[in-house]
Design a protein around this ligand. Structure first.
Ligand SMILES: Nc1ncnc2c1ncn2[C@@H]1O[C@H](COP(=O)(O)OP(=O)(O)OP(=O)(O)O)[C@@H](O)[C@H]1O
Length: 324
C-alpha cells in the first residue's frame, strides 16, 4: 500500500492555480523529496494532505485515509508526524510545555533521544528562540510519538550546516528503521543524500517523478574551475560538457577574487598566485569524471568547485525555461 497518494490534486486560489492536476504516490519505507522553486505549489500540496485546506478538485490519501474526509483523516493523524514551513508555536510557553502538550495528544516515545540529536533549548520560552531553535523544536515534535509517516515542509530551513548534517544522518537512520518520509525542498543538493525518489513541481504542475540517482546522473555536476593562462571554452570540449563559458582576467599578478577575500581573510598563504592571465570557466558536466580529471591535468588548476546542478539549471536544461 502507498503511504501517501495524491490523485489529480488541483487547488485554485482564484488568481493562482497553485496545484494543477498533481498525481503521485509515496511508497511505504520510502524517503520522497518534493522539489520545486519558491511558489511552485509544494506547501499547497502538503497542507491539503494534512487536511488544513480543501482541494478544488482531486484529493489523496494518507496511510490509506481520505484527506478530504476530516473524520477519516483524524484516524491517520496519530501515526503521522508533521513539520510545517515556518512552525509557529505559542511564544509565551517553554519548549518543554509545547512538547508536553504534544505528548498528551499524540504520545511521547522518544523525546529524550530526539532532544539529544536536535538540541532545542526546551527550558526557554519560545519567544527567546532563534529561527533554528524553533525548527529544531518542530523536528522533535514531528518525530517524538514515533510515527509511521513524517511529512516535512522545508525541514532544513534555518538549520546551520552542522545541524543539517545531523538531520541527514537522522533521516538516513530512520529510513533504515522503515519510516516513510515526505519532505519538500527547493534545493536539489540538500535532498540528494536522503531521498530515494523525488517529484519536481513547477508552476503547480508535477514535471517528473524519478529516482534520485537517475535524476542526478542526468543533471550532472556544476563545475567552476580557475586555471592559469588564457584558455578558451574549447579547452573543455569533452563529451558531457554543456554550456561552457570562460572569461579571462589579464594582469601581471592574479589575486584571489574580492568575494573570496571577504569570506576568508586573512589571505591563505597557500593560495596560488600567478603571473599572467587567469581564466575562470563554468560548465555542467554529465560525462565520465576521469575524462574531466585528464583535461584538468593538462592545465595549472588554481581553484575547483564541483557541486550539484542548481534546480534552476535542471529546469532550463530539461524542462524548458528558467525558474530562477
Ligand atoms: N492562501 C493563498 N491564497 C492565494 N494564493 C496563495 C495562497 N497560498 C499560496 N498561494 C500562492 O500559490 C502559489 C503556490 O504557493 P505555495 O506556498 O504552495 O508554494 P511553495 O512551492 O510551497 O513555495 P515556497 O517554496 O516559497 O514555500 C504561490 O503563487 C502562492 O503565492
Amino acid at each position: 500500500m502507498a503511504a501517501l497518494e495524491v490523485e489529480g490534486l488541483t487547488k485554485d486560489y482564484g488568481e493562482v492555480l497553485a496545484n494543477d492536476d498533481v498525481t503521485f504516490a509515496v511508497d511505504e519505507g520510502e524517503v520522497f523529496g518534493y522539489l520545486g522553486p519558491n511558489g511552485a505549489g509544494k506547501t499547497t500540496t502538503i497542507r491539503t494532505l494534512m487536511g488544513f485546506q480543501s482541494p478544488t478538485s482531486g484529493g489523496g490519501t494518507v496511510l490509506g485515509h481520505d484527506v478530504t474526509d476530516e473524520s477519516d483523516l483524524i484516524a491517520a493523524k496519530r501515526r503521522v508526524g508533521y513539520l510545517p514551513a515556518n512552525p509557529a508555536f505559542d511564544e509565551g510557553v517553554t519548549g518543554r510545555e509545547i512538547l508536553d502538550l504534544h505528548a498528551s495528544i499524540k504520545g511521547d516515545e522518544r523525546r529524550d533521544e530526539l532532544l539529544e540529536t536536535f538540541d532545542a533549548p526546551v527550558d526557554r520560552k519560545v519567544w527567546d528562540y532563534s529561527t533554528g531553535n524553533v525548527q529544531k523544536l518542530g523536528l522533535v515534535q514531528a518525530f517524538m510519538h514515533d510515527p509511521d509517516l513524517v511529512v516535512m515542509d522545508e525541514p532544513t530551513a534555518g538549520l546551520d550546516p552542522l545541524m543539517q548534517r545531523a538531520f541527514n544522518d537522522f533521516v538516513e537512520a530512520e529510513k533504515e528503521r522503515g519510516l516513510t518520509v515526505f519532505l519538500s525542498s527547493h534545493v536539489l543538493s540538500e535532498v540528494r543524500r536522503v531521498c530515494d525518489r523525488v517529484g519536481i513541481i513547477r508552476e503547480g504542475r508535477l514535471v517528473t517523478t524519478e529516482d534520485i540517482e537517475d535524476l542526478l546522473h542526468r543533471t550532472g555536476k556544476f563545475v567552476r574551475v580557475r586555471v592559469a593562462g588564457d584558455v578558451s571554452a574549447s579547452a573543455f570540449d569533452l563529451d558531457g560538457v554543456h554550456d561552457a563559458s570562460c572569461s579571462t582576467t589579464d594582469g601581471a599578478v592574479s589575486e584571489p577574487a574580492a568575494s573570496e577575500l571577504a569570506e576568508s581573510e586573512p589571505a591563505d598563504p597557500d593560495t596560488p598566485r600567478v603571473d599572467g592571465p587567469v581564466t575562470e570557466c563554468t560548465f555542467t558536466f554529465t560525462g565520465d569524471v576521469n575524462d574531466l580529471i585528464a583535461a584538468l591535468g593538462e592545465r595549472r588548476v588554481l581553484d575547483l568547485d564541483v557541486e550539484e546542478a542548481p534546480l534552476e539549471e535542471v529546469f532550463m536544461r530539461f524542462y524548458g525555461g528558467s525558474d530562477a
